[in-house]
Design a protein around this ligand. Structure first.
Ligand code: ARG
Length: 547
């Protein structure tokens, strides 16, 4: 549990008895003499009980051993300074403190690749944010499940199969390169050619009726696609607990529609099923030709998930351009009464090129993730050709992940390889380098730092700044968890790396004649190493051993 939780609970109790329920929010202080601040009282400055509240607050804060000094200003800002002596005893118990009181089962739906299409740059943020949230929730003590939710059914598949049949391509000889070329051609033909369109519709119908002949073809395509997707994911260091797809829930749809109709939740309108939930635009559940929509499948997916696992919360980590879809999905789930679980769309913005346009290849396709990986790896090799291939791979993934997670997920960003690989910028390379340096320092000292005790009276300003930085771990961890925003932790990792570098570069630590100062710095470096490693874990980064 959060170390300052007792203090916050006590203060909340005071508020509850005086002004009513009011969650205390602890913030990072912008006053350099303090660590945290509480702004809740400001809006009650004219409340009749404010003097009484102030006295009760003072008494509680005075008794909190973690607080060394505090002030309540004229306008009722509460500023708190942490007692480093007290706090530093618990630095190595951080993993315990970040556990939540009530663990839940959380399902993360991310990745979402489609058969026939490679993983491309449009999947990068879903993968990075999804993996990071997975690790953060897990560290918080939740029971977490990831599901890649493959787009492996419906019209696109029917189009591909129809194309292969029409062009008399030998099914047995198709490989992933062929398949990736076929999909765009098939979908173009589908929108331009009426005859092709009819054939594809007929194939789609067969698919939904589970015609064995077409299912065999579908299976083959799925196998080729899945293999290639798995290879890319392995290179990028991603894995999933569940490999469910749209095809797994198709059989649930007819029963679901029937039940919703009999409950009066949906009705027929021109052949299409429409939700009776009043909204603008109306929520379409099936098309007028009876075929299913993206929404239909997502509704059935929820039924399937509830059936298989008890899930408290589902997060969909999907591009913000699908906002309307998830708004309609969540409204429908509530209206249809599909359980009282929590569902949230964790939206994110676009990755653009240097000119601010969506990142594409020269041919106009979305860039493949595997190509992005290769380009990044080459760039890293250009900067440092001495690295072994394993280190190069980890750094490549660090660049592709850190540059992505440091941006607030709602903000679009430009993919700038030169900037993202700069060793002195706010980059993955920079944070890796700081950690390598710290580990090297401890190793060359030949001192077992776990036996050192901090001597607080001998800390200099750089030491104190880094320690003050370490104190904020729980704060940023909770912020990231509460808002599903990994960027707080990426920012924080950079901040700590900066503070460590300042301490490190200021003097030659191992040559320091004052033993207690040297030991202090080694001890703080040890804490930095464990915090930086833990933050990397939260972000899905693997620390390199050398650089
Ligand atoms: N396959 C979908 C797409 O390419 C993304 C799936 C996201 N997850 C979901 N449950 N809808 O847009």
């Amino acid at each position: 549990m959060y170390k300052l939780s007792n203090l916050i609970n006590d203060l909340e109790n005071v508020l509850q008895k005086t002004v009513g329920i009011e969650p205390i929010s602890l913030r990072i202080s912008n006053n350099p003499n303090f660590d945290f601040q509480i702004n809740n009282l400001v809006k009650f400055q004219n409340h009749k009980d404010i003097k009484n509240i102030e006295n009760l607050f003072s008494e509680i804060i005075n008794n909190e051993i973690l607080i060394k000094n505090f002030e309540i200003t004229d306008t009722y800002f509460v500023n708190l300074e942490i007692d480093i002596d007290q706090f530093s005893n618990s630095f190595n118990k951080i993993k315990k403190y970040i556990k939540v009181q009530h663990p839940e089962t959380v399902l993360l739906d991310y990745g979402g690749p489609n058969i026939g299409k490679p993983l491309h740059v449009g999947h990068l943020r879903s993968l990075n944010i999804g993996r990071s949230l997975y690790l953060i929730y897990e560290l918080a003590g939740h029971n977490v499940l990831s599901d890649i939710h493959m787009g492996d059914w419906g019209m696109p598949i029917a189009q591909i199969i129809t194309y292969i049949e029409e062009k008399k391509i030998n099914f047995e000889s198709i490989d992933i390169e062929d398949l990736e070329k076929i999909y765009p051609k098939a979908s173009k033909l589908y929108s331009e050619d009426n005859k092709f369109n009819d054939l594809a519709q007929a194939n789609n119908k067969r698919l939904n009726e589970n015609d064995p002949k077409i299912l065999k073809k579908w299976r083959k395509l799925k196998k080729i696609s899945t293999k290639s997707i798995k290879e890319t994911l392995e290179t990028l260091n991603h894995n999933f607990d569940l490999w469910m797809g749209e095809s797994d829930v198709n059989y649930l749809i007819p029963g679901m529609i029937q039940k919703l109709e009999s409950e009066g939740k949906i009705s027929l309108d021109d052949g299409a099923y429409v939700s009776n939930f009043v909204s603008d635009p109306k929520i379409l559940i099936t098309k007028s030709d009876g075929s299913y929509l993206y929404l239909t499948t997502d509704l059935a997916t929820v039924l399937n998930r509830i059936k298989l696992n008890k899930i408290d919360k589902t997060l969909y980590i999907v591009d913000k351009r699908q906002n309307l879809h998830f708004e309609q999905l969540i409204k429908s789930l509530n209206y249809f009464g599909f359980g009282d679980e929590e569902y949230r769309h964790i939206a994110f913005g676009t990755i653009n090129d240097l000119n601010g346009n969506p990142y594409k290849t020269r041919e106009g396709d979305a860039k493949k993730l595997i190509d992005l990986f290769k380009e990044t790896s080459l760039q890293i090799e250009k900067i440092n050709s001495d690295l072994d291939s394993e280190t190069n791979k980890i750094l490549t993934n660090t660049v592709l992940t850190f540059s992505d997670l440091k941006t607030n997920r709602m903000t679009d960003y430009k993919f700038d390889l030169n900037k993202f690989t700069n060793i002195s910028g706010k980059t993955g390379i920079y944070v890796q380098y700081a950690l390598v340096r710290a580990k090297k320092l401890l190793k060359s000292s030949s001192i077992n730092s776990s036996n050192i005790n901090l001597k607080v009276s001998d800390l200099d300003e750089n030491d104190l700044n880094l320690i003050r930085g370490l104190i904020k771990f729980e704060y940023y961890f909770n912020l990231a968890l509460k808002n599903n925003e990994p960027h707080h932790l990426a920012d924080y990792l950079y901040e700590l790396s900066n503070l460590f570098n300042t301490m490190y570069q200021n003097e030659n630590i191992l040559e320091n004649k004052e033993e207690s100062i040297k030991l202090n710095k080694l001890k703080i470096s040890e804490h930095f190493i464990s915090y930086s490693t833990l933050l990397m874990e939260c972000l899905g980064l693997e620390p390199v051993e050398k650089m």
